[in-house]
Design a protein around this ligand. Structure first.
Ligand SMILES: Cc1cc2nc3c(=O)[nH]c(=O)nc-3n(C[C@H](O)[C@H](O)[C@H](O)COP(=O)(O)OP(=O)(O)OC[C@H]3O[C@@H](n4cnc5c(N)ncnc54)[C@H](O)[C@@H]3O)c2cc1C
Length: 337
């Protein structure tokens, strides 16, 4: 899988875009002793970035239902890097449940995925007491994790600074203005350089209730989208996510009904929850929905993270660093001009 080229060895590195891709690149390069400057055109709240809207599930085994093996490979390595850099990352596993009418889809999901354990109703109630009596069985992916994007991105930014890096918010930069090695992590905004990128809309809803307690993401088998409920701090839950081939960023009535319906199907007490936010993000995707590290002289573009940015960004950063430091090429992910 690996070839090598002459190492490049630049010490100064400019990274454009402080979403999840750019944040991990900046962190690993700063830790490796490079002089890192990270530019982000938005402010520190990162509401301009797709990463702000994400679920933050670190679910390489659940994703094997729909994703290529390369996503599992990058995802498994990334779990180690999340553990290493942010040891308080929640690794409570994830649950997959279905109602009786989706039974066949549930069985199909079980066959398509690995590293899960079947739970009966009693096991499920022991693991998540709020779900007592709700489902006859569930799949438990014990080794999966989740992060809260709006908390974890600032933590990564702090670690970049602690490792000696510099971050400039409200700094809209173009690769042509910068000398030396540039790592372009602009997500969907990089279409001037990578016109084949497209946006795939994901809608989400944030709700609040003290009536339900969950320790891990719960996916509900659904005929069209993997709908899920993810617990956040302070009685908040994120409901996600649709996957629609459009770059309109509104949240439709139909999607809202389906997301809220999924929450209600997981637990009827969600019906009394307060709706805090409707939102959507555009997942940056190439036509094959696979990530790419495109290397062209002094410019490296890391993009196409699609629905797996949190899952695979750490491993992509490690591969980019491996190329710059040792000339190592990963044929599955890298493209050299
Ligand atoms: C609803 C939803 C749920 C999701 N759930 C999950 C999940 O559970 N797990 C998972 O792994 N993934 C999930 N994803 C996918 C994940 O969010 C994306 O893969 C990821 O956010 C892409 O990250 P990125 O850093 O490539 O792009 P972005 O997050 O968009 O970051 C790009 C950044 O570049 C900045 N920028 C652009 N142009 C410039 C410029 N000229 N100068 C400076 N800065 C610039 C932008 O402002 C932006 O902050 C989800 C996505 C959505 C929408």
């Amino acid at each position: 899988m690996y070839q090598t080229r002459k190492p490049r060895g630049e010490s100064s590195v400019t990274i454009i875009g402080a979403g999840i891709a750019g944040a991990w690149q900046a962190l690993l390069f700063a830790q490796a002793g490079h002089d890192v400057t990270l530019h982000e055109r938005g402010d520190a709240s990162l509401t301009l970035s797709t990463s702000h809207w994400a679920g933050g599930m670190l679910a390489p085994w659940c994703e094997t239902e729909v994703a290529e093996p390369v996503i599992s490979r990058l995802g498994l390595r990334s779990l180690d890097l999340w553990r290493r850099e942010l040891p308080d990352t929640a690794f409570n596993g994830s649950l997959v449940v279905a109602h009786a009418r989706e039974r066949a889809d549930f069985e199909r999901f079980a066959k398509m995925t690995l590293n899960h354990r079947r739970l009966d109703a009693a096991d499920l109630a022991a693991l998540e007491p709020s779900l007592e009596g709700r489902f006859r069985e569930a799949l438990f992916f014990a080794d999966e994790g989740h992060v809260e994007p709006r908390r974890v991105l600032p933590k990564l930014h702090e670690k970049i600074i602690a490792a000696g890096g510099t971050i400039h918010f409200n700094s809209d930069v173009s690769a042509s203005e910068v000398d030396g090695l540039v790592i372009d992590c602009r997500g969907l905004f990089a279409r001037d350089a990578q016109p084949e990128l497209r946006g795939v809309k994901g809608e989400m809803i944030l709700i609040e209730t003290g009536e339900v307690e969950l320790r891990r993401p719960v996916r509900l088998i659904h005929p069209r989208w993997p709908l899920y409920v993810i617990p956040r701090e302070k009685n908040l839950f994120m409901l996600g996510a649709t996957s629609i081939e459009t770059e309109d960023t509104g949240v439709s009535v139909r999607s809202a009904l389906e997301l809220l319906g999924a929450a209600y199907a997981v637990h009827p007490a969600f019906a009394e929850a307060r709706i805090l936010e409707f939102g959507s993000g555009l997942r940056p995707a190439f036509p094959d929905n696979l990530p790419r590290i495109a290397i062209n002289g002094d410019s490296i573009a890391v993009n196409g993270l699609y629905r797996h940015g949190f899952l695979i960004a750490p491993a992509l950063a490690e591969l980019t660093l491996g190329f710059v430091a040792r000339g190592q090429i990963d044929n599955e992910v890298m493209q050299c001009a």
